[in-house]
Design a binder for this molecule. Structure first.
Ligand code: SF4
Length: 146
């Protein structure tokens, strides 16, 4: 069986996510737990980075307020390409319960950035985030096969 260079590239890319955690609220605890020893996302080739300029995956967890909009956008623009975005939890996905309570909360991350995957829940289980990371690997592999 032959493997094309593109497939090899997508495999390596899908198994070496450098993740910038844009934690904005309580869902961040779930993201941190996935990076910890119990769920151990390093098994899937994921590592956390503190500088978005080194990252290729941005995880946004929590409601994006108007005052954070530019920060989130700026982190995304600093990331290296190809880059991917995962929206974690109801607040990041749609504004969640805060959207009708506060005019400062945006109606979801999609109004600011292109989102590749959504993780539902308030908060989502850590397994749901792991599932999303595996889904992102599959998405990259599918794109390479096209
Ligand atoms: S979705 Fe729930 S757990 Fe997550 S940031 Fe919003 S309120 Fe907190």
């Amino acid at each position: 069986m032959e493997t094309s260079l593109q497939e090899l590239r997508s495999w390596t890319q899908g198994h070496s996510f450098w993740i910038y955690n844009g934690g904005l609220s309580c869902c961040t605890m779930e993201v941190l737990s996935v990076s910890g020893p119990r769920y151990d996302w390093e098994r899937f080739g994921c590592i956390s980075v503190s500088d978005p300029g080194n990252a290729d995956v941005l995880i946004v967890a929590g409601p994006v307020t108007e005052s954070m909009r530019e920060e989130v956008r700026s982190a995304y623009e600093k990331m290296r390409s190809p880059k991917f975005v995962i929206s974690v939890g109801s607040c990041a996905n749609t504004g969640g319960m805060f959207v009708d309570l506060s005019y400062t909360v945006t109606h979801g991350l999609e109004s600011i950035l292109p989102v590749d995957l959504y993780v539902p829940g308030c908060p989502p289980r850590p397994e749901a985030l792991l599932h999303a990371l595996i889904g992102l690997q599959k998405k990259i592999a599918r794109q390479a096969a096209q």
